[in-house]
Design a binder for this molecule. Structure first.
Ligand SMILES: Cc1cc2nc3c(=O)[nH]c(=O)nc-3n(C[C@H](O)[C@H](O)[C@H](O)COP(=O)(O)OP(=O)(O)OC[C@H]3O[C@@H](n4cnc5c(N)ncnc54)[C@H](O)[C@@H]3O)c2cc1C
Ligand SMILES: NC(=O)c1ccc[n+]([C@@H]2O[C@H](COP(=O)([O-])OP(=O)(O)OC[C@H]3O[C@@H](n4cnc5c(N)ncnc54)[C@H](OP(=O)(O)O)[C@@H]3O)[C@@H](O)[C@H]2O)c1
Length: 262
């Protein structure tokens, strides 16, 4: 095996969940000594790397889905991955199973965290497509820190029903939040009972999201995190700006921030 590149440590896949043929989660354990404690902040991403046929390390960014934690000297990471048929790394990740090695980045990063949400925000809207739901599940696992909000709204837009992942986890979080958390699934390519149809920007502008969540949108209290498909992020930013919301900057509080996955 080629030398482990700087900024990575060898981890082991301890669990794999297959949600659909092309969509899966990997739980990876890595030596805690390679990370600070806690090993990351909810909402952040790290990197995964696997060697390709030529022996080169292929590395990409992946968000953590789990609550940051260390157990028995192991830093725990869970990743939700969609396999891109012609992708360089995801078909290799798709071959991993329990007991396999995978490199994990030792420098998790990213600013889509609870700390970055302005103090004035009352309702945190988490708008995601596809695997972009991952960091929001991690954020929602920080129940104590999320108590500052009046409402948390998790919006997950996918193509088909089978891609509505982490249903059991979301149901458990809904119970724990006792009404504070709202879950709004959107399925775009087939009718699904209990889910909205169409796309996030259109559902924002027509009031569909606010109605489904039973939470009004207000310039004073709403803050939006956008994550996933860059076209969704682009179109949602446009929609929010038309609706009078401003991009959030550290030097000037606004209403929305985002993370593009490609
Ligand atoms: C900050 C950050 C966090 C990320 N977190 C995740 C994550 O948690 N889960 C995850 O699956 N991916 C995530 N990604 C994307 C990931 O880094 C890879 O780009 C992706 O897995 C494709 O890798 P690949 O080598 O197989 O494809 P490549 O050979 O690099 O091909 C890339 C192409 O695949 C498509 N694509 C890339 N990512 C996705 C995606 N997530 N969903 C749909 N189409 C995509 C785009 O068309 C892109 O141009 C994240 C990216 C960033 C920048
Ligand atoms: N290996 C396999 O068998 C397999 C199977 C399926 C997918 N894939 C791979 O996975 C990738 C798709 O992943 P994904 O389903 O997470 O991706 P996606 O294309 O990002 O779709 C997720 C959701 O985002 C919506 N969306 C797309 N563009 C938008 C925009 N401009 N504004 C608002 N919403 C928008 C989609 O709506 P629309 O439906 O209206 O576009 C869909 O509801 C594909 O590129 C493919 O490579 C692989």
């Amino acid at each position: 095996m080629k030398e482990i590149p700087l900024g990575f440590v060898s981890g082991t896949v301890v669990n794999r969940t297959d949600w659909a043929a092309h969509l899966f989660s990997l739980e990876v354990h890595a030596p805690a000594s390679a990370f600070p404690s806690p090993p990351f902040i909810a909402g952040q991403f790290s990197k995964l790397a696997v060697q390709d046929e030529e022996g080169e390390w292929v590395r990409r960014a992946y968000s953590m889905v789990n609550k940051p934690c260390i157990e028995s000297d192991k830093a725990i990471f869970e990743f939700l991955v969609i396999e891109i048929p012609d992708g360089k790394l995801t078909p290799l990740l798709g071959q991993l199973s329990q007991g396999d090695d995978v490199l994990v980045g030792t420098l998790p990063s990213g600013f889509m965290t609870l700390e970055e949400v302005p103090e004035t925000a009352k309702d945190l809207w988490m708008l995601s497509t596809g695997t972009g739901i991952g960091p929001f599940i991690s954020i929602l696992e920080e129940i104590e820190q999320c108590k500052r909000f009046e409402h948390l709204i998790l919006v997950h837009a996918v193509r088909t029903k089978e891609e509505l992942v982490y249903k059991d986890k979301i149901m458990s979080l809904l119970k724990q939040y006792q009404g504070k958390l709202r879950y709004v699934p959107i399925v775009s390519r087939e009718p699904v009972s209990g889910a909205l149809s169409g796309r996030i920007p259109q559902q924002l502008q027509t009031g569909g999201l606010a109605t489904a969540a039973h939470v009004p949108l207000t310039e004073q209290g709403s803050f939006f995190y956008l994550c996933g498909n860059p076209n969704m992020v682009h179109d949602t930013r446009d929609a929010l700006q038309i609706m009078g919301y401003k991009k959030h900057l550290r030097r000037e509080a606004g209403h929305f921030s985002f993370e593009n996955y490609w």
